[in-house]
Design a protein around this ligand. Structure first.
Ligand SMILES: Nc1ncnc2c1ncn2[C@@H]1O[C@H](COP(=O)(O)OP(=O)(O)OP(=O)(O)O)[C@@H](O)[C@H]1O
Ligand SMILES: [Mg+2]
Length: 442
């Protein structure tokens, strides 16, 4: 009989991770997949194509090389594009790259690292996916089909998909000494997903767990949008938002669509187009706030969006443990020091927590009145105190549980991969509540 080798892969918006199922009853093992990273278990889901070189770098090496002043094309949050039919390809170094091919570059790195640890080619692989890639069914199916194609291009066997919060639930279950109904919340960079599931020793060895998944829901609220809130409320004006310039005989405002590109890093490259740059350079000459508008010009000219993203994201993380932080950004001729308090941040992000709350409502609404005994929070964005607080207020502090925020999903996928390899039923997606409606995708 040929050897069975299985693994779970968590392709994340910001971080990716992978795990092998444990032997017998031992827990799944999260693998080192990026030796250059601060935490080798996490591969940052970014790519860098240095100019004038055939190389493509991924993870920490991509970031190092890009920040080390190498010219080229840097891509981040690639997962976000999966449900978008308008993203068909992008041109890099005179070659058209399909989204699936770009993702396959990252997945290939992961497969190679995993196969080294597994001792040969995989026979079974379980991939995570958000509970909801898109509320639009066609887009949702497109996203999954693209991820499947990327996995195949990367040399993986055809993957089985399990939604990310179910995977996190499977990880949490390994720690349980008695049965519980658990609400799992996985708060990532791109999405937050919820699952209500029956977990515990009485059922954890069953090969078919589909009946245990009570309900799931998801929403496009993750760390990236918490970053954008800081940019929107604190930084936009420092890049010329609301400033005016002379146009013929009157003064007009700089178009908001231009400054608002700062809220979506991946769209900032549009400002580098010659017509847009010429327009902005001209506007600086008669601007009522030339210094600020010049900051936007420099950001585009010098290709600094990722540098700005790093400053903002790092300030946001610091706000999880400090009451006030300073967003410091000193690149080329841009000098920005902007103070942000925890209270301000909480105020700006209230609408995001409302969206999270409604997604929890949708998950619980379809549960037939079952209340969770425990609430397991995972994903990097669960570290934001006000996000945790939302759950403490609603379910009680004593019910909250936490695991490793960045690897629970991968570990659960690793465990699911072991079950699939033994011929178990895939947990798939189950019934997912999509903005109020029940969406019965198997
Ligand atoms: N200490 C912290 N405080 C607040 N946010 C944090 C902290 N640490 C990490 N984050 C945020 O967590 C997010 C990354 O978390 P995670 O790795 O769980 O996401 P992901 O799996 O890549 O995304 P997704 O699951 O949506 O595809 C980022 O937005 C990051 O800024
Ligand atoms: Mg995730």
């Amino acid at each position: 009989m040929s050897e069975v080798r299985s693994a779970g892969i968590d392709f994340g918006t910001s971080n990716s991770a992978a795990a092998l199922p444990g032997d017998g009853n031992s827990p799944a093992r999260v693998l080192s997949i990026d030796a250059r990273a601060e935490d080798a278990r996490l591969l940052r889901s970014v790519l860098f194509f240095p100019e004038g070189s055939p190389d493509v770098l991924a993870g920490a090496a991509a970031i190092e090389s890009y920040l080390g002043d190498f010219e080229g094309r840097f891509l981040q949050s690639i997962k976000t594009f999966l449900p978008s039919p308008s993203f068909t390809h992008t041109e890099i170094r005179r070659k058209a790259w399909k989204l699936e091919q770009l993702i396959a570059l990252l997945l290939t790195r992961i497969r190679e690292a995993v196969e080294r640890e597994a001792g040969g080619p995989l026979t079974h692989v379980v991939f995570g996916r958000p509970a909801v890639f898109s509320p639009d069914k066609e887009r949702d199916a497109l996203a999954e089909a693209r991820l499947l194609q990327a996995a195949t291009l990367a040399g993986f066997p055809a993957p089985t998909f399990v939604i990310e919060p179910i995977a996190a639930a499977l990880r949490y279950e390994e720690s349980l000494a008695r049965d519980e109904v658990v609400l799992v919340g996985d708060f990532g960079a791109g999405t937050s997903d919820f699952t209500l599931m029956q977990l515990g020793p009485s059922r954890r060895n069953a090969l078919d767990r589909r009946e245990d998944v009570i309900s799931s829901s998801g929403v496009y609220v993750g760390g990236d949008r918490f970053d954008s809130a800081i940019v929107e409320h604190k930084l936009l004006t420092l890049f010329g938002a609301g400033s005016t310039f002379a146009s013929l005989l009157k003064r007009v405002e700089v178009p908001t669509w231009m400054t608002r590109k700062l809220l979506a890093w991946h769209e900032l490259s549009m400002l580098r187009e010659k017509s847009n740059l010429d327009f902005l350079r001209n506007a600086v000459k008669t601007s009522d706030r030339p210094r600020e508008l010049q900051n936007l010009v420099t950001l585009a000219e010098e290709n600094l969006p990722f540098h700005l993203y790093r400053s903002v994201e790092s300030a946001k993380r610091e706000l999880s443990t400090s009451e006030r932080v300073t967003v410091s950004f000193h690149e080329a001729d841009i000098d920005i020091e902007a103070r942000v308090t925890r209270a301000e941040f909480e105020h700006w992000t209230e609408p995001l927590r409302d969206e999270l709350s409604r997604a929890v409502d949708r998950c619980l609404a379809s549960s037939g009145g079952l209340k969770p005994d425990a609430v397991f929070l995972t994903g990097g964005t669960s570290k934001i105190p006000s996000v945790r607080q939302l759950f403490a207020q609603r379910f009680g502090e004593s019910r909250l549980r936490e695991g490793d925020a960045f690897t629970s999903v991968a570990a659960g996928l690793g465990r699911a991969a072991g079950v699939v390899a033994r011929g178990g039923a895939s947990l798939g997606r189950g019934a997912v509540s999509v903005q109020g409606e029940r969406d019965e995708l198997a």
